[in-house]
Design a protein around this ligand. Structure first.
Ligand SMILES: NC(=O)c1ccc[n+]([C@@H]2O[C@H](COP(=O)([O-])OP(=O)(O)OC[C@H]3O[C@@H](n4cnc5c(N)ncnc54)[C@H](O)[C@@H]3O)[C@@H](O)[C@H]2O)c1
Length: 453
């Protein structure tokens, strides 16, 4: 593609990744067509409503529907005709054995193959195992071959630009990337991709070499899986240490601080708790393990990482059962349902796993989450053991213990003297080690964290 040609982008799949990506590029001045196959979702977005909770996205959406830099359609063919850079942002969920299901990517590739009649750059943004770009290329090549015979020109290139955004911080992460990994198998594409990111580099006042990391497509695919597997490993590592701390009466937060201050280790992702959840870490870790197996590599270390995380729910529930008799007569307040703060996403939420366990034991629960109440109501609509509270204080009302399962900042900002006064018995099980131990003890609480005492 001639770099001087105006680039129009099409983003396929307007979910947690596709919509912020599309709007981010629109905000940088590109013309962006969003393509969403779910008609209800597409209509909602076209009317300015974001079908999930993600700070800042609705503002960008309304701004760029108005500026006409962003439009939404459901017709792949029309988008392919108008755009020259096509982003694949569809889901890659887990198959039953944990491997990545890339059927949405393959289906999209077939749709694109049938619509392409002039040169396009296809960008695989979805997280997918090594060699997926090769499979996509092979599907697209059928069109390429058919048409190349007539035109003698290359019709497609596949580039891998994995997405590293954090849910709940998607807009922030789009505009402040730590790095942008770009997998190319033809270095002639480099200039076009730099051109695509030039407005962002200009905005964040960074140069190309400090932000854009070029490599081949396989290395880019592995980089994404390896990054998430490493983050999961750090979390499971500190959670394993927290079991030892709990056993011997040490404090895992002190250990975490001590080792995290070493720059070779780093403090991030070193907080002990009830473990990680969400759509990305568990799914990508499992997919990476399967990818290792597929290629005959021993990834058993990562299997242990997964197992430690799965055990967290049992460790936490055992702790609660240990300190409270006759749970069936008790009411527990649950603070936090989403898999992490600032999202209403319940996918693979450790909190929801704990809820299922407690509901099965017919324990009465008063639950609260700032964002995820509606989503939780849908999941537990027939349960009569759950009362949906209106605030953390309301959940704590007449309860025998508070279980903190998501680290929403507002939980640590509660008036704990008041919380004490509304509870039947002043127990707190802090699954995220987020509260100030001294404040709680001063207010008369019994406090149990993960790997603390
Ligand atoms: N969610 C995250 O925080 C995150 C972060 C980094 C990477 N990722 C990866 O990004 C990818 C997308 O994740 P997501 O969370 O945005 O998924 P999502 O389920 O929220 O969104 C995918 C969207 O694609 C649409 N779609 C499916 N097939 C389509 C087609 N042929 N044409 C147009 N639209 C189509 C779906 O209807 C859906 O709206 C996954 O591979 C995921 O692993 C996700």
């Amino acid at each position: 593609m001639d770099n001087k040609t105006t680039m129009t982008l099409a983003v396929f799949g307007l979910g947690h990744v596709g919509l912020p990506t599309a709007l981010g590029f629109a905000d940088l001045g590109w013309n962006v067509i969003g393509v969403e196959s779910d008609k209800i979702k597409a209509e909602s977005i076209a009317n300015g409503y974001v079908p999930f909770n993600e700070d800042g996205v609705e503002f960008l959406l309304r701004t760029h529907l108005r500026s006409k830099k962003f439009s939404v359609i459901t017709d792949t063919k029309v988008a392919v005709e108008q755009a020259n850079i096509l982003f694949m942002c569809v889901a890659t969920p887990s198959d039953e054995n944990g491997s990545a299901n890339i059927s949405q990517l393959e289906n999209l590739a077939f749709q694109l193959r049938d619509s392409i009649s002039s040169y396009k750059i296809i960008i695989q943004k979805s997280t997918a195992p090594v060699n997926t770009a090769e499979k996509i290329r092979n599907i697209l090549l059928e069109a390429n071959l058919k048409n190349e015979i007539q035109s003698n020109e290359k019709l497609v290139d596949v580039v891998v630009i994995p997405e590293f955004l954090r849910e709940g911080k998607a807009v922030d992460d789009f505009f402040n990337p730590h790095r942008i990994v770009i997998g190319l198998d033809d270095m002639n594409l480099k200039e076009t991709i730099v051109e695509l990111y030039r407005p962002l580099l200009k905005k964040i006042k960074k140069d190309e070499s400090s932000t854009l990391v070029f490599m081949d497509t396989r290395s880019a695919e592995i980089s994404k899986h390896a990054a998430n597997a490493f983050l999961a490993t750090k979390l499971s590592f500190i959670n394993m240490i927290s079991d030892l701390c709990a056993k011997v009466g040490a404090n895992v937060d002190s250990v975490s601080r001590a080792i995290g201050m070493d720059p070779r280790i780093g403090a991030d992702f070193l907080q002990a708790g009830i473990g990680y959840g969400g759509e990305c870490l568990p799914k990508d870790l499992s997919a990476f393990i399967e990818s290792g197996k597929d290629n005959g590599i021993n990834f058993s270390m990562l299997e242990e990482v997964k197992k430690v995380n799965e055990d967290r729910v049992n460790v936490f529930i055992a702790k609660v059962l240990n300190h409270l008799d006759n749970l069936q007569d008790k009411t527990l307040a649950v603070w936090g349902l989403s898999f992490k703060p600032f999202t209403d996403d319940l996918r693979n939420s450790q909190s929801i796993k704990i809820l299922h366990n407690l509901v099965a034991q017919k324990i009465k629960l008063r639950v609260y989450d700032p964002y995820a109440m509606d989503a939780t109501k849908k999941l537990f609509k027939i349960s009569d053991s759950i009362t949906f509270a209106e605030s953390p204080m309301d959940a704590a009302q007449s309860s025998n213990a508070i279980l903190i399962l998501t680290e929403w900042p507002q939980f640590s900002e509660q008036d704990f003297a008041k919380v004490f006064s509304v509870m039947k018995t002043p127990l707190i099980f802090d699954g995220r080690n987020m509260l100030n131990f001294d404040v709680l003890i001063a207010n008369g609480f019994k406090y149990y964290g993960m790997g603390i005492g």
